[in-house]
Ligand binder design. Sequence first.
Ligand SMILES: Cc1ncc(COP(=O)(O)O)c(C=O)c1O
Ligand SMILES: [Zn+2]
Length: 407
Amino acid sequence: MSYVTCLRCRGCGREYPVEPLNACDFCFGPLEVEYDYDSITRAVSRERIAEGPPTMWRYQDFLPVDADMALDMGTGFTPLIRAENLGRKLGLENLYIKNDSVNPTFSFKDRVVSVASAKALEFEFDTLACASTGNLMGSVAAHGAKASMNTLVLYPANLEKGKILGAAIYGATLVAVDGTYDQVNRLCSELADNHRWAFVNVNMRPFYAEGSKTLGYEVAEQLGWLAPDHCVVPGASGALFTKIHKGLKDLVQTGLIDSADTKMHIAQAEGCSPIAQAFNDGSKEVRPVIPDTLAKSLAIGNPADGPYALRTIAESDGSAVIAMEDEIVEGIQLLAQTEGIFTETAGGVVISGLRRLVNQGVIKPDEVTVAYITGNGLKTQEVVESVVNPVHISPSYDAFEEAMAGR
Ligand SMILES: Cc1ncc(COP(=O)(O)O)c(C=O)c1O
Ligand SMILES: [Zn+2]
């Protein structure tokens, strides 16, 4: 059983039943899942979690799904890697990479879709849908296939080939929209109002967002039941960022760890940084922008969770950091060439953002720091094509020696 009690509006606090709803009828605020924490506290223990599956579903007590409905494709419990080489380059002694690019569809989105698709089955939807910046649609398509549901994905037409192929292969109906993600998202809201389809990040959004908390739980468990000093997280809507922090706080609330004084840092790309701009301006409001960035997975100009991300920064004494556009590929290459991890543009933003935070003295050399790598580089190959520069030879020994002589 799950420990959900209701949905609650984050704006005015009104209570709603556990149904496919995402906004308050009165103030239009977003709805959030609420739990009976006393019962969770009685149920959970480090031992119970350790006995669970080696996936995100070891944290089922904190998720809004009945465990036997869980659609477990093996998502989560991804490696937390001690990044000594990258740490040495950046001047950090305790740097870790949470490598979430090794999930079933190669991004952290499998966590949120794992929850949302299970919930969609529970609500007896037959169609799983989404508005996507690229990674989400691959995950929706794969989970829809596994659950024998129809899948419908809408996305800005200019996405990378690897992202589109990564959804098409599972048999999804693809709808390429000539517009920005924010326009796609608005269209999906209208569709969700008029069709009985489970849009994972629209009408299923309160449940969907909960999946990202597992990225907080797992990191603490993998550090030996300790919260890190810093988390550096890529931001688009801001949901992932706020939920990692929620995850860490949940562990304190239920007595699994003593404290979580983690400073949360959100990383955005220069060409789409509405949350970071608001932070820099000292504003509580996020002003929408028209995205123009290499980091298409993070290209949300009007972030749904923007104000809550600012609140998470303030509560945790964290910050926001902007990676310049020409630093994105640098970040991808730096991670690949120090740790052997090939990430997509969002990861490039995180690594370059991390470097800035260290150079600014925000992160100190001995502090335990976790950089979240949330997507796989094979999906955004076009941004790094210039690294392919082979020595081209005919198939003979002499040709090899001659070509290599100058190296
Ligand atoms: C690889 C990757 N990382 C991070 C994010 C940011 O997630 P959120 O919209 O929850 O801020 C996305 C969003 O699509 C993404 O694809
Ligand atoms: Zn409300």
